[in-house]
Structures are given as C-alpha cells and as structure tokens.
Design a protein. Sequence first.
Length: 190
Amino acid sequence: MPIRVRLILAAVFFTGSASVGEAKVHITVDLSRQTMHVAAANEAYDWKVSTGKFGFETPNGTYGVLWMDKDHLSQEYDNAPMPDAIFFRPGFAIHGAYKSDFGHPASHGCVRLPVDKAEILFDLVQAEGAEIKIVGGQQVETAATAPPPRRRQPAPDEDAMPDVYQNLMAQPRSETDPADLQSGYLRSPY
C-alpha cells in the first residue's frame, strides 16, 4: 500500500481519539453546582447541567472518552434519545436532553445538557479529544430530588400474626448466640 494511502487512513482512524494526556478539550462537571465548564484551545463555555438524582449519583473521577454516538438511543431506558452522547464510563455519558431540569440533579447518572450545547461539545470532543473531570461533594438533596417519604407501617397486631412469628417473639434473648449478635445475623430456630 502506498505511503500516502497509509497516512490518510491513519489520519481518519485517529481523528477524535486523543488520549486523556493529549486531550485539548477539558470538561469539568461540578456536581454540587450542577454546572459544566468546557475549556478548548480558543474558547470556553459554562453551562448548566443535570446530573444523577438521589439514588442514581454521577460518579466522581477523571475520565477519557470511551466512545461517542451522535444519535444514541438508551437500551436501558426504553430507547430514550441521548443525542450527541459522549460515554466516559460504561453506562455513563454526557449527552443532550430535550427537556430536563437543568441546574438540578434529575438523571439516572448521566450528565445532561441542552441539545444545542451537547452538539457543540460533541463536535469539539470529536475533533480534539477530551479529559472529563467529575468533581464536587455529595449532591445536596432537595425536596425535588429526594425520594418520596416512606410511610411508617403500623405495628402488627400480635393476635393477627401467624404462630411462627409469635413463637419467635416469645423466645427469651438468652437463647441467642452472642457471636450471631456481633455479626448482625440471627439464626431462626425454624
């Protein structure tokens, strides 16, 4: 194969695949502020994002780009559109969202940003590679992001309990092995 063809193929193959150390686009997502700062060669952006809600936290760390998909559909969430997806960890991506509560945690762990901003970011990262830093302390739980309050179950009526449970409750504590108490495990006599 002629050297010119090899060089062209190499250029096509390596476009957008810069390693973290060679990345020219630096992306910092601040979980506590729900913002993203993007620093590229001659441009910088600051955008509001929406990261993982309570129970679906976005992981802190420094990442490179695993893979990118311009028109990704989530296989985990009913083919939900994830335009301009930049995957930084298996199951976690930065992607566009048509509707989200930007500035507040609302996702299942991904970093969502408005579709027009996601397109800009995707093009920058595809051309120059990226280093992605997810920083910030614990996300502040608000009424909008907290799980619904759990209702306290009423204490069971002892007369309505099956005999098995009444027998367990009636056992004196001295029959319990102290080693089991230390491990947090109690053996059932049944």
